[in-house]
Write a protein that binds this ligand. Structure first.
Ligand SMILES: O=C(O)C1=C[C@@H](OP(=O)(O)O)[C@@H](O)[C@H](O)C1
Ligand SMILES: C=C(OP(=O)(O)O)C(=O)O
Length: 427
């Protein structure tokens, strides 16, 4: 296994332009494939999650040209359903943003598709999406465990006017259903049952759908209505915002290592909920400056602990768990049950690795509390094939000369050159 030894850091300072958003890249690719017309995408993310979507679309007969730098893509829309009589096995790695929306989209049309991925994907639920779509007449067989990939989908024409979906485990199920709703071509209502988690990701979905010409009525995230007769139309050119979750590590570095660190590519105009991460740093005492598409963080005081519900920013919230190593007091992150069903059981993994550094950690079903040690210890951090664990723990090197990241290459899921970029703004 590859290991990366990080030197002890004393300062973070500089400018960084972050790569495109994973959430936006995969949504835009899918809608570019479903729409009528040609779409020119710029600032596409080049990472494993996007490669899985691109490979799957190619297998499904979508024609596109990807630039040599892999961040520009011209996609010829199919002007309708994806499934057009093929029989394919699609390997989707551990990309939730490919698995869930493609599973929904492939239920409509004709053909036979096996959706598979990494072993961890077989432990990440999809049952709430399949159950929600059952009344539309889908045919889906679970090939291993009930409610989890791998799946075999036999595509067919679907009909129905309303469905209910459980929103309490992942917002990606609702996102998937919203994105296929226009393909049903009838007045259609989606009712949400249970507390909808990760709400801002639904705003991303609705925003991208709007840019492709489809309007959805959102009744307080409880019910969504789509009017018959709306079809996806290419917006022509579309640029992907910088990834706000990827921004969180650099912004936190600015708060821990003095700054100013300025992140270009996301800001006040961002459609991504994770841009709000900087507000949490502000509550911890850091100074934050914003504009439409940049955020700058600096700080010259000890950080303060916070106790917050961070359900709305589940990915960036992980960065707070390691930033807590530098805050005075006990930091508690609440309402994050679904950390347990992501790349790994993130509550358990964060607790284990933070304890290795000497932190006192209290782990509950849906929360984590972190009290920093007097001096941050040395440890080889296990990353559980979870890109965010690898990236979060780079911050611990501000307090220790003994941080080793095991399997640093796992950042390829969303940020292949993360450690090179992190080195550029730290010393
Ligand atoms: O829709 C999306 O793009 C995402 C939604 C979130 O998942 P959940 O809704 O499962 O929390 C987030 O964690 C994931 O990285 C991306
Ligand atoms: C949860 C994540 O990924 P996915 O899109 O696979 O759900 C993540 O990137 O933190």
């Amino acid at each position: 296994m590859e290991q990366l030894a990080l030197k002890k850091l004393s300062r973070a300072e500089g400018d960084i332009t972050i790569p495109g958003s994973k959430s936006l890249s995969n949504r835009i690719l899918l809608l570019s494939a479903l729409c009528s017309g040609t779409t020119y995408i710029s600032n596409l993310l080049d990472s494993d999650d996007i490669k899985h979507m691109l490979t799957a679309l190619k297998q499904l007969g979508v024609s596109y040209q990807l630039s040599d730098c892999k961040t520009e893509c011209k996609v010829e829309g199919l002007g309708g359903v994806l499934a057009q009589g093929q029989k394919e096995t699609l390997y989707l790695g551990n990309a939730g943003t490919a698995m869930r929306p493609l599973a929904a989209a492939l239920c409509i049309g004709s053909g036979e598709f096996t959706l598979t991925g990494e072993d961890r994907m077989f432990e990440r639920p999809i049952g709430d999406l399949i159950t929600a779509m059952a009344p539309l007449g889908i045919k889906v067989d679970y090939l291993k465990d009930e409610g989890y990939p791998p799946l075999k989908i036999t595509s067919q024409p679907l009909t129905g006017t309303d469905v209910s979906i459980d929103g309490s485990i992942s917002s990606q199920f609702l996102t998937a259903l919203l994105m296929v709703a226009p393909l049903l071509n009838q007045d259609f209502t989606i009712n949400v049952e249970g507390e909808l988690v990760s709400k801002p990701y639904i705003d991303i979905t609705l925003d991208v759908m709007k840019r492709f010409g489809v309007l959805i009525e959102n009744d307080q995230y409880q019910s969504f209505n789509i009017k018959k007769g709306q079809q996806y139309q290419s917006p022509g050119n579309i640029s992907v915002e910088g990834d706000a979750s990827s921004a969180s590590y650099f912004l936190a570095a600015g708060a821990i290592g003095g700054g100013p660190v300025k992140v270009q590519g996301t800001g006040l105009d961002s459609v991504q909920g994770d841009a709000k991460f900087a507000e949490v740093l502000e509550q911890m005492g850091a100074t934050v400056n914003w504009s439409g598409n940049w955020i700058e963080v600096s700080n010259d005081k000890p950080l303060k602990a916070i106790d917050l519900d961070l359900n709305h920013i589940p990915d960036a919230a992980m960065t707070i768990a390691t930033t807590a190593l530098f805050a005075q007091g006990t930091t508690t992150i609440r309402n994050i049950y679904n950390w347990r069903v992501k790349e790994t059981d993130r509550i358990a993994a964060m607790a284990t690795e933070l304890r290795k550094l000497g932190a006192t950690v209290d782990e509950g079903e849906d929360y984590i509390s972190v009290t920093p040690p007097e001096t941050i210890g040395s440890a080889a951090i296990d990353t559980y094939n979870d890109h965010r664990i690898a990236m979060c723990f780079s911050l611990a090197s501000f307090g220790s000369d003994g941080i080793v990241i095991n399997d640093p290459g796992c950042t390829a899921k969303t940020f292949p050159d993360y450690f090179e970029r992190f080195a550029k703004i730290t010393k």
